[in-house]
Each structure stands twice: as structure tokens, then as C-alpha cells.
Design a protein around this ligand. Structure first.
Ligand SMILES: Cc1ncc(COP(=O)(O)O)c(C=O)c1O
Length: 414
């Protein structure tokens, strides 16, 4: 579902010099600039860094999207500020009118979080920035899905006063988040440099275990058609050796439990992660990634799936949420509206295709009756994989599985 670390990428990351400014500058965010960026364990930890940077007090409010994965809530709750929510207008775009009314009427709102879903820019992000400038609110762009994405020739993550990224979602990283402070103009003032905060390095053994797991998953998910069975079997077996050894150490309780948390940890369990950094190895994988290759492959896969879905007869079982491929859009997944997300995910799992019942969890902090659009979205979207490591054959298989599901569903309904 997400890219996995390949041995070649690992070797490239290991042999590259640890701080090469030119190489970093090719990436956005440019993490070489430690005055404006800070490396974190995941996107949630980057959100916590944003809350720290703003020095939010218990009487300050952060305005969050009701349509979110839920991981956005924990860092701000932990920071101790108040939370308030807004709805989407229709589909993935936020309700600017509703946000405007809240910002104009509630002086306690210090920051507004806006998400670029699946890598697609919020259509009115520039207007939102202007609204924030007018009301003295800070705009935080949530670019957890939007690495390497642009809006009107501007990189996403460079528009808001602050931004966060979760590069581990787009690239084969076992962990990794980035917090960004942008140069601000206008009346809104924040510290213009990332303030030094205490952070800890990830535990090496736990990192090695995540690494073994990622590489093994890579062998498991590879397109099998080319007679890879032997390579696949040996690869998995080889990486099982260090992995088993580490599991024994873990079981013996020789290191702290918190060290073994993965970047997927959520809720109160994730708190130790908020102060953990991205490892230098994963930073190196980030820096040495071939950005254009990632962009080209993901856009190609998205387009291929879009073309197949659009040529299918029925548009009731799988309707693309994003029905075009605009310039600057780098898709995180291929989201579709479908009447029964859980059923479709189970069907795909049955044919060995991993898909997500996207954000179906209704976080208890949100009063869902107030946010009908967000609630409806949460009950109707499935995310299909289109990442850079998938081959055209694999995308074709996903498209065929969707067609087969449609046919079966129609037959059942006749
Ligand atoms: C929109 C959004 N923001 C932030 C996060 C947090 O990122 P991470 O999972 O890396 O902690 C997520 C996680 O899924 C997300 O979807």
C-alpha cells in the first residue's frame, strides 16, 4: 500500500555523504536549512512541533478540519490548547465561508490547519492565507499527503505560515516527518526560525527492525510475474535473520517499550514519538530520493487507473474522487467514492490487493452531527494504491478487480 525500502535505495543512502547541501536543495522541503525545517519521527510529531512553536496557551484555540484522519487531534490536545472544527464545502475542499465566519467571530483562534487531501491542493489556499492575514490567524498547511506537490506553480507547504509533512507516506521511509517555518509577511508574527527543542534519536535496534520489516514487505509485494520467486524467498529469509535476533532482544525486555513504537502509533500511545527525531539514515533516504522518478511513476499509475475507471460502464460502484490529473498534483492514493467501502476493501483483500477504508474512524473529540459533509466523506471513500513501486501490470490488476467487483455487485442486485 505504501512504498517499501529496497536494498538499492538503502545502499545509496548509506554511501552518500551525510550533509550535502546541493543534494538537500533538490528536495522540498530543503531539510539542510535547519533554521526553517526540523526533522521529526512522523507527521503527528511535526504537528506537535508546530503547536510548540506557536507557544499555544490553554485559552488559545486551533481550528482543525473535521474531515481528518484523527492523528491531527492528539498533538494539539497534548499541547493543551482548545480545539474547534470546521466542515468541508463539498468533496475535498474546505468550507471557506464557514472558516471565515469562525475566524471573524472568535478571537481565541490562533491557528488554522488546512489539509491538502491526497496531494491535491486546497482550491482556495491563497484566499485562506489572505483571510488568516486579515484576522491575525496563523495558517498551518498540513502537507502530510502533499510531498512534492504544487499549486499554481508554488510548492505546497510554502504558502502557509507553517507547514508539516509526512514524507514516510510518499517515500520508502520507516519513519519521517518534517516541520517547516516559512518566512512570513503581513501582520501575523511568529518566531521566524525553528526554535531548538529537546529531541531524541530513534533507538538503533528498533530502527533496524523496522528496516528489516520494510525490506521484507518489499519482497512480498513485488510483481511476481517475472519469475522472482527464488529471489523473493531468499530475500525474505536473509532479512529474517537480523529480524529474529532483534525480536529476541525485544522479548527479553532489554530496551524500553517506547523505543519500539512505530510511526503509525496513535492517541496517547504516540506521545513519546512527539519528541523523537527522524533517524539520519531515513533522512539520507529522503535526501537521495530521485524526486522526478517518484513524480513520473505516481502520476503515470494514477492516470492509468483513472482511465480504466472512467471507461467502466457503471459509475455508481467506483467513482473517482479526483477525476483529473492537474499540473503539480502528485497523488498519494487513488480515492474512489463507493457505496460500501468496507465491503470493497474486503473484496480487494480477497484478491490480495491492499486498499484503505479511508478515514472511517469517527474521532470522539468531534461532535459529528455538526459536520455532515465530513461525516459523509468518512463513510464513502476507499483509497487504492498508486505508488511509484507499482508496475503497470499491478495497476491493471487493481482495475480488473474493480470491474469484477462491479459485475458481481450488479449481478447480486438484479
Ligand atoms: C492529513 C494528515 N495529517 C497528519 C497525519 C499524521 O501523519 P503521521 O501518520 O506521519 O503521524 C496524517 C496521518 O495519516 C494525515 O492523514
Amino acid at each position: 500500500m505504501t512504498p517499501t525500502l529496497r536494498t538499492a535505495e538503502l545502499i545509496r543512502a548509506l554511501v552518500q555523504p551525510s550533509s550535502n547541501p546541493e543534494q538537500s536543495a533538490r528536495q522540498f522541503p530543503d531539510t539542510h536549512n535547519t533554521e526553517t525545517t526540523s526533522l521529526t519521527f512522523n507527521g503527528s510529531a511535526a504537528l506537535y512541533r508546530a503547536a510548540q512553536h506557536l507557544q499555544l496557551s490553554t485559552t488559545d484555540t486551533v481550528l482543525l478540519p473535521a474531515y481528518g484522519c484523527g492523528a491531527e487531534i492528539g498533538p494539539f490536545e497534548y499541547a493543551g490548547c482548545r480545539l474547534s472544527f470546521y466542515d468541508n464545502a463539498d468533496g475535498l475542499n474546505v468550507d471557506v465561508e464557514q472558516i471565515s465566519q469562525i475566524l471573524e467571530s472568535d478571537e481565541s483562534v490562533k491557528a488554522l490547519l488546512v489539509t491538502h487531501h491526497f496531494g491535491l491542493a486546497q482550491a482556495k489556499v491563497t484566499a485562506l492565507k489572505q483571510l488568516c492575514e486579515k484576522t491575525g490567524t496563523l495558517l498551518i498547511e498540513d502537507c502530510a499527503h502533499a510531498l512534492y506537490c504544487e499549486h499554481e506553480n508554488t510548492m505546497l507547504g510554502s504558502i502557509g505560515h507553517l507547514a508539516i509533512f509526512s514524507p514516510r507516506k510518499t517515500l520508502p521511509l520507516t519513519e519521517g516527518g518534517i516541520f517547516v517555518v516559512n518566512n512570513t509577511t503581513g501582520d501575523v508574527t511568529i518566531p521566524s526560525q525553528v526554535t531548538a527543542q529537546e529531541s531524541v534519536k530513534p533507538e538503533r535496534l528498533a530502527l533496524l527492525q523496522r528496516l528489516c520489516y520494510s525490506i521484507q514487505q518489499g519482497y512480498r509485494s513485488r510483481d511476481n510475474s517475472l519469475g522472482y520467486a527464488l529471489i523473493r524467498g531468499s530475500g525474505i529469509a536473509l532479512w529474517a535473520i537480523p529480524s529474529t535476533f532483534i525480536k529476541l532482544i525485544k522479548r527479553a525486555g532489554l530496551t524500553k517499550k517506547a523505543h519500539w513504537l512505530t510511526a503509525d502509533a496513535e492517541g496517547s500511545e504516540a506521545i513519546p514519538i512527539y519528541r523523537t527525531r527522524m533517524s539520519s539514515l531515513m533522512h539520507s533516504v529522503y535526501r537521495t530520493t530521485n524526486k522526478s522518478n517518484v513524480i513520473e511513476r505516481r502520476r503515470h499509475n494514477f492516470y492509468q487507473l483513472l482511465s480504466s475507471v472512467q471507461t467502466q460502464k457503471s459509475d455508481t460502484i467506483a467513482t473517482p474522487v479526483i477525476s483529473e490529473l492537474p499540473e503539480g498534483f502528485l497523488p498519494l492514493y487513488f480515492p474512489i467514492f463507493t457505496p460500501n467501502p468496507a465491503e470493497l476493501v474486503a473484496y480487494l483483500e480477497g484478491v490480495d490487493i491492499e486498499a484503505f477504508n479511508w478515514w472511517q474512524h469517527l474521532h470522539p473529540t468531534v461532535n459529528w452531527t455538526d459536520f455532515p459533509v465530513a461525516r459523509r466523506l468518512k463513510q464513502s471513500i476507499v483509497a487504492l494504491p498508486v505508488h511509484q513501486q507499482l508496475t503497470s501490470r499491478q495497476i491493471e490488476r487493481i482495475a480488473s478487480a474493480l470491474t469484477a467487483y462491479e459485475t458481481e455487485t450488479h449481478q447480486l442486485n438484479v
